[in-house]
Ligand binder design. Structure first.
Ligand SMILES: [Zn+2]
Length: 140
């Protein structure tokens, strides 16, 4: 379980836990919404059906809503900051983490659908699989 959680945060393939979901780093802000079409290590299809990531939007919405509330409530009520300072800080935090949050929601979603397969991970580790380099796609 801890391994699955760590893998969700690492934004890696749910099937083999070795390939990346995204070609660039979340905080590089380089091609922020591009995602591999399949796993570069095991070939797991990251877009199994049209509109697959529609559900991740709800994870993103619910999580970010509560996170924003918590941040503002903490700054306003615990630290006693002004409303303007609290919301300005919130906007700064959101500006930094929004790409990571988008990717994290997709990672949670695909981990809910695709299960870890130890035999695939072993095949990847031993080099038995040959997977073509993946194309990238945004908005699928
Ligand atoms: Zn994989």
């Amino acid at each position: 379980m801890a391994s699955i959680l760590a893998n969700i945060f690492a934004l890696q393939c749910p099937t083999c836990h070795q390939g990346d979901l995204f070609p660039t780093g979340s905080f590089s802000f380089n091609r922020p919404f591009d995602q591999y079409k399949h796993c570069p290590a095991c070939g797991q299809n990251y877009f199994p059906e049209p509109g697959f990531y529609y559900g991740s939007m709800f994870i993103s919405y619910i999580g970010s809503g509560f996170a924003c509330l918590a941040i503002v409530m903490f700054l306003r009520w615990v630290l006693g900051w002004s409303m303007i300072a609290s919301f300005a800080t919130l906007i700064a935090i959101v500006a930094v983490v929004f790409v990571w949050w988008f990717r994290f929601a997709r990672s949670v979603w695909i981990h809910m659908v695709c299960k870890y397969k130890p035999e695939v991970a072993a095949a990847v580790a031993s080099g038995a699989l040959e997977v073509p380099p993946p194309e990238t796609s945004d908005r699928s």
